[in-house]
Ligand binder design. Structure first.
Ligand SMILES: Nc1nc2c(ncn2[C@@H]2O[C@H](COP(=O)(O)OP(=O)(O)O)[C@@H](O)[C@H]2O)c(=O)[nH]1
Ligand SMILES: [Mg+2]
Length: 223
């Protein structure tokens, strides 16, 4: 509907192109436990970063319409590798979605945490094909100190990122709007942050159409 497209800031054509982009065949490509194991740089990469359990894998499944493309974990801190999924429409550049290890998981052994924190930071700072980082924030919790650290790093490295709220189904509409507004304010002083906050739910699919359109727009602008 035209009205819905207007409200989200995307045209009906962009919404449709986003839908088509994610209706294609998405496949697992590689799991990299270290920088030396990254797949060769090909098309643009879109990374999903955030605390353990924030909903990264669930969001990738919701975007691609595949219930179990990315593994979702009842046990937090399980994904300690960069997981690459590739897909996209025929004719377009191949696009990769990257499911990142979660940070801020205190119960893991310290040496392991150090290793995968280094992996996250090295990848985010040094990957030339990284088109955008989606920084996932649990709508119920808002920004935590570990999120601030990642944002400071992305700002310093001038890597463009956008905050995506997850689990929006867990909040009432007014509380969700309040959370988005306060986040927008916090992002205003972040040079590499996209000013708009997107609220999503893998549970109800709220915001998924818009996120697909946003990814389509970003890929188109890069071409
Ligand atoms: N209510 C709700 N729960 C969610 C949503 N997305 C993920 N979860 C739950 O949050 C937990 C962690 O999800 P997961 O995708 O594995 O998080 P990851 O560690 O960031 O990859 C799981 O128990 C999911 O079922 C959502 O949109 N709404
Ligand atoms: Mg995960």
């Amino acid at each position: 509907m035209k009205r819905a497209a207007d409200l989200s800031g995307f045209s009906a054509a962009e919404i449709e192109a986003g839908r088509r982009l994610f209706a294609g065949d998405w496949q697992f490509v590689a799991a990299a436990p270290a920088l030396t194991a990254l797949p060769p740089m090909a098309g643009p990469e879109i990374a999903f970063a955030g605390r353990s359990n924030v909903g990264k894998s669930s969001l990738i499944n919701a975007l691609t319409g595949r219930r179990a493309l990315a593994r979702t974990a009842a046990t937090p801190g399980r994904t300690q590798e960069l997981i690459f999924f590739a897909g996209g429409e025929g004719g377009h550049d191949r696009v990769a979605l990257v499911d990142m290890p979660g940070y801020g998981y205190a119960a893991a052994p310290r040496a392991k945490v150090a290793a995968w924190t280094a992996l996250i930071y090295d990848y985010l700072r040094g990957r030339a094909t990284l088109a955008r980082v989606y920084l996932l924030i649990d709508a119920r919790r808002g920004l935590m100190p570990a999120d601030d650290e990642i944002m400071a790093t992305l700002d310093q490295a001038a890597v463009s990122y956008q905050v995506v709220l997850t689990k929006s189904d867990a909040l009432a509409a007014a509380a969700l709007e309040e959370r988005s507004a306060s986040l927008r304010q916090q992002l205003a002083k972040r040079p590499a942050a996209y000013p708009m906050v997107l609220a999503t739910s893998a549970e109800t699919a709220a915001g998924i159409t818009e996120l697909r359109a946003a990814i389509h727009r970003l890929l188109r602008e890069r071409r």
